[in-house]
Design a protein around this ligand. Sequence first.
Ligand code: NAI
Length: 372
Amino acid sequence: MELTELVAAGGHEQLVAFADERCGARGFIAVHSTALGPSLGGIRFWRYRDEREAVVDVLRLSAAMTRKAAVAGLSQGGGKAVVLWDDPHSPRDEAVRRAIGRAVHLLGGRYLAAEDVGATQADMDGIFLETPWVTGIDPANGGSGDPSPVTAWGVLHAMFAVCEARFDDRDVEGVRIVVQGAGKVGAALARLLVERGALVTIAETDSDRAARVAAELEVDVVPPQHVLETECDILAPCALGGVIAAEHVGALKCDAICGAANNQLVDDVAGEALAERGILYAPDFVANAGGIINIAHEWAPGGYSLERALAQAAGIEDTMRGVFALASADGLSPARAAEETARRRLAAEGGAPYVPGEASAMRDALLARWRV
Ligand code: NAI
């Protein structure tokens, strides 16, 4: 397929290429939809085989952000940026950050940048030197800081809906939960679960981290390679995406899956296979929306407040209930029901694409903090 055909097939509004010869920064920004408001999504620094692979990734990721924001009830659309970067963990200098910032700025607020894989707050602060259309900057300048506690809080509330639907009791007390990945979100989630009396086990590839979290929370550890076959009530993927493929489904020993990782299912077939086996899947982009809910509070009236962000993220419980109810009513898998929920909101509330300069409280708030 030609690149323009890919853009058309995904229904994207815009695909932008940027390159700065002096510092070598190059990448793509995709705006999938601004029908509900300016698009929001992270910047991913990644080693891509070639530019085509980067374009395919940015188109796929930006479309997923549209669904995530729509289901979370935010007035945002979906966008994403990818930067071709050989070693995702090697830091960027100011010239690169500024070059990305200028590319973001030229979109005039149609795309709001955020952190994604490989990106840091320092990157966001560097981008902020060139544009107000960036989030996750230093809290001293109005940024929302690390979203992980809010993401974990949202996943916990998604689990309440899962427990209610699967075990007829919203309470997680006594529920056996395996958390895959005890990183920023996974460790925070494990702590929230332990505090509520859940029986938590963690699996973590970094053995030092596994030992530290296990000692702190007094939880069991399973080797990461055995996580899918560990008997439990809920499996909580909080590491990387692509954990569940259709061929794994037969071996799973859980009743439900609910975690923070993006793109947990390898494909749609995996979602159908889970539904057929009676394993309740809490769609990842519904469960992990606490991260973007947290960002959206940067332009809430009165400025960012962790308390208000947590309160809104708790609403993920009701959203997830709604997804499960739609799945039962229409005979859909939860993954498809979540996509349908996004489609319906866009059909009911979506407007014309966002035009740079259109007045909004969000625009005023972001401009005000940039000029101070
Ligand atoms: P992180 O990098 O802090 O934690 C991931 C942890 O998983 C690391 O400790 C890593 O060693 C471990 N890990 C990697 N592969 C593993 C495996 N095969 N088995 C067991 N452990 C493994 O990342 P973070 O921020 O906690 O995010 C976790 C997931 O949630 C990611 O997929 C991320 O995209 C997603 N997410 C995170 C949000 C946030 O607010 N941080 C928001 C929305 C989604």
